[in-house]
Design a protein. Structure first.
Ligand code: 0A1
Ligand code: ZN
Length: 850
């Protein structure tokens, strides 16, 4: 077998045919579905062969303008069908194909597959080629008509319903779309229905389709959908454009959800919610993913991507939009902190390791490997920076122009930036480097005070990343405010625009030396390196008027204290005292208080140690974090008990931000008190809890105290029938297992009959729990690595996409000591040596080892 060849952005050429119309007929049967496709095609460039993608299709018939095509006129390979130019008419023609596919055998969950007796599809990025012969590329857009023939009661596809009878239904999607947005669902489903009236008075029928028995858990998702639809009208002037909007929940899904036109398909864990089964974090995530997929209707569907290198065009923008939405309807400060925590944990980590790639990559072997934190989350940060640079009005004008100019098109990052240039007059040549250069810039800052003028000097440097040894200066928007010694803001937030490698900014006419608050609101995705005293950070932690930076100051204090503790130091008494103030203030803003109480993760401490030149020792880090937790709890036991009691929720349950914030604070207190009462409080709560948020937090506490056996058994008895809750049961045990027990616990759970490892949610629950148990996964014995690699090897032939994604657990190998590096590389080597390894996993492992 020849090694797979990379695709390159530089090689783009337009498709030489226009697809004027697509008509599909599906005769559904689990093991032998027939797909009849009629494509109306018009040649755009004389003399071109007609090349259609197609994989795993059994060709039954092929007709051109009604006549069977002689085999001499076409060639069929493993990856597609090519009809020789000489066989094609010069003007418009009709190509009809009939193929047979086997959805029941499709365990990769790409294309048409079965999940719990229902047929469903996943076509992004290149799944449509597993359904029929077609130009499976996003710049080929066409209106689709779909006829579904099946005995199943619910038959859905994109667009509007046209007609239906016993055993069939027809759908028409008038909006030209690329094939990756095609969807079909057929099953015995029930719907929660509602209606939405758009700003211009159009009535839209909404439905959320689920398995029988799940309909009572769709209410929150439906409300979130309506909120999203209203928000997009108000914030972006974007209305919905079909008569119906359908959402379907499926149990087997590789990702979170998919924005298929008019027929969003969701992983059921991102739809179904009830207080007894979903945590507050689940509710918030459901709301934001419902919004995300809905917002794609304009940013992704009406305007799509020319090619997959432009993935950030739709994903970065849509993540930015869903972040704005959550920020508007919940707490802006809390949302920003949560987003930055996630960005650092996933994207910075990616940017600093062997998988680093630009927001717009220039080559790939398997596009599914580029649905990354860099494309999504850093892509969103880049949109946020653009907005900061051009201002709210400029952003609104640019977006209006983007929708006007590119509606119905497959666009590029160049189109996107040009719109900003035309709407605002700004030159974005240098800014574009954010799309083309990988790596997280380090921003160093020094200060100078001459008695009245205060000067900040910044130096930027981006470390080399794979394939990009040399970096150039970026445009960095740095939001800065200055505080007086008493905590008053003497210079309100101002946006400094850094464009040089090194650059100074002066503030004139100050009466006294100020305390700077730099990178407010995390105005750019950079690592800020600043030598500051503990005292100054404590001051900012107490006084900064920018909530993000107030939190950031506390976080950096805790991080330094933990780094010192790993080296053997005692807990910093100033830090302990600062937590006392946090606790005193927390009830006034519980969600923010809960974030301030949360200690840096072990992974974060490992990153910081590595950056400081020390190979992190996961066991030491685990110990240091436990000691600091204990010290905080001991010093503030009374206050913690008081806040824990004060945050009790008399009910009735609401998933809104305010009560969720109170629960978050209460659970943060529980986590601290747990060590002092040896799990007694958690034990009581675990059985009495009325919400999954409390129950799961209490269970985690008990696991940490190694007294969870009874609670775990009762939890299992109570929820054995509930697959989503059982995912949590699997995960929590591995995630919170003591370092010495993590691999063993994972192995024990993996041997249980309900470890249905072919279900991606279940697999991710257990294996993802292990990978996120820092000291357990990185245990010096190598047992965590070995167990994890064993399972990746097992899953790869079944589901390459999920295997490839999960291989990123090994991306931090360069951070650790030689012993662990060797262990991790050996596991990666073992995976790469598997015969028949998938292209997905093969590419990932090769990049990880490069
Ligand atoms: N476009 C979806 C994400 C997605 C990508 C690929 C998938 O299968 C390979 C599924 C979903 C989103 O951004 O939500
Ligand atoms: Zn998306």
């Amino acid at each position: 077998m020849t090694a797979p060849q990379p695709k390159r952005l530089a090689d783009y050429t337009p498709y030489p045919f226009r697809v004027d119309q697509v008509a599909l007929t599906f005769r559904l049967a689990p093991c032998a579905t027939q797909v009849l496709a009629r494509l109306d095609l018009t040649p755009q460039s004389p003399g071109a062969d007609l090349r259609l993608d197609g994989e795993g299709l059994r060709l039954l018939a092929l007709r051109l303008d009604g006549h069977a095509l002689p085999p001499a006129d076409y060639t069929l390979t493993e990856t597609g069908l090519t009809i020789a130019a000489r066989a094609l008419p010069a003007a418009a023609f009709v190509l009809e194909s009939e193929v047979e596919i086997d959805p029941a055998a499709n365990t990769a969950l790409e294309g048409l597959y079965m999940s719990g007796g229902m047929f469903c599809t996943q076509c992004e990025a290149e799944g449509f080629r597993h359904i029929t012969f077609y130009p499976d590329r996003p710049d080929v857009m066409a209106p689709f008509r779909v006829r579904i023939e099946s005995d199943l009661p619910v038959l859905l596809s994109n667009g509007n319903p046209v007609a239906q009878g016993t055993g069939w239904a027809e759908w028409h999607d008038p909006w030209p779309k690329p094939a990756y947005l095609f969807a079909l669902v057929a099953g015995d489903l029930v719907a929660l229905r509602d209606r939405f009236t758009t700003a211009s008075g159009r009535s839209v029928d909404l439905a959320i389709w689920v398995r029988r028995g799940d309909e009572a858990r769709c209410g929150f998702a439906m409300e979130a959908l309506k909120r999203s639809m209203r928000w997009d009208e108000e914030a972006y002037g974007r209305e919905y454009d079909l008569d119906v909007f359908n959402i379907v929940a499926v149990d087997d899904f590789n990702m979170g959800a998919m924005e298929n036109k008019g027929l969003n398909i969701f992983n059921s864990k991102l739809v179904l919610a009830s207080p007894e089964t979903a945590t507050d974090a689940d509710y918030e995530r459901i709301e934001s993913v419902i919004a995300h997929e809905y917002f794609h209707n304009w940013t992704g569907n009406r305007i799509t991507c020319r090619d997959w290198f432009q993935l950030c065009l739709k994903e970065g923008l849509t993540v930015y939009r869903d972040q704005q939405f959550t920020s508007d309807i919940r707490s802006a400060a809390v949302k920003r902190i949560e987003d930055v925590l996630a960005l650092r944990a996933r994207q910075f980590r990616e940017d600093q390791g062997p998988l680093a790639h630009p927001v717009r990559p220039e080559s790939y072997i398997e596009i599914n490997n580029f649905y990354t934190a860099t494309v999504y989350e850093k892509g969103a940060e880049v949109v946020g920076m653009l907005r900061r640079l051009v201002g709210d009005d400029g952003y609104r004008r640019a977006l209006d122009l983007y929708f006007d100019r590119h509606d119905g098109q497959a666009a590029t990052i160049e189109d996107w930036l040009t719109v900003f240039e035309h709407a605002t007059g700004r030159d974005l040549t240098q800014f574009k480097r954010w799309y083309s250069e990988a790596g997280t810039p380090r921003l160093r800052v020094t200060e100078d005070w001459d008695g009245s003028r205060y000067t900040l000097t910044f130096t930027q440097e981006t470390p080399p990343t794979p394939g990009q040894p040399v970096k150039t200066p970026r445009v960095i928007p740095i939001a800065v405010g200055l505080l007086g010694q008493n905590g008053d803001e003497v210079v309100p937030t101002r946006l400094l625009e850094m464009t040089e490698a090194s650059q100074s900014f002066a503030f004139e006419g100050l009466a006294a030396r100020p305390v700077p608050s730099i990178l407010r609101g995390f105005s750019a995705p950079v690592v800020l390196e600043r030598e500051t005293t503990q005292a100054e950070r404590a001051f900012l932690f107490a006084h900064d008027t920018d909530p993000f930076n107030r939190w950031e100051a506390g976080r950096s204090l805790a991080r330094s204290a933990l780094m010192a503790m790993v080296g053997g130091a005692a807990p910093d008494p100033d830090l302990i005292a600062a937590y006392g103030r946090v606790l005193a203030d927390a009830p006034a803003d519980p969600a923010f208080g809960a974030l301030c109480l949360r200690l840096p993760s072990e992974d974060e401490i490992a990153t910081a140690l590595h950056a400081a030149g020390t190979p992190p020792d996961p066991a030491e880090i685990h110990g240091a974090r436990a000691r600091l937790t204990h010290a905080i709890a001991t010093a503030h036991e009374g206050a913690l008990q008081a806040v824990f009691a004060a945050m009790a929720d008399p009910g009735p349950f609401s998933p809104d931000a305010a009560p969720a914030g109170r629960r978050a604070l209460r659970m943060a207190c529980l986590g601290l008190l747990n060590r002092l009462d040896n799990g007694a409080r958690a034990e009581r709560l675990c059985d009495a809890a009325t919400t999954m948020t409390e129950r799961l937090a209490a269970l985690a506490c008990l696991i940490e105290m190694n007294r969870a056996a009874g609670a775990l058994a009762r939890f299992r008895d109570g929820f054995a029938h509930d697959r989503l809750v059982m995912d949590k049961w699997f995960m929590v045990q591995v995630l919170h297992a003591a370092p010495d027990l993590a691999a063993e616990t994972a192995a024990h759970l993996a041997a249980l009959p309900d470890f249905d490892w072919k279900n991606p949610n279940r697999f991710r629950a257990l294996m993802g729990g292990l990978a996120a148990n820092h000291a357990g996964f990185h245990h010096a014995s190598g047992a965590g690595y070995r167990f994890y690699a064993d399972w990746l090897i097992r899953l790869d032939p079944i589901n390459p996409q999920t295997t490839a994604r999960m291989s990123t657990a090994f991306e931090t190998w360069p951070r650790y000591d030689a012993h662990r590096q060797a262990l991790m590389r050996a596991e990666l080597g073992r995976i790469s040596a598997q015969p028949g390894l998938s292209r997905d996993t093969g590419e990932m492992v090769a990049r990880l080892l490069a």
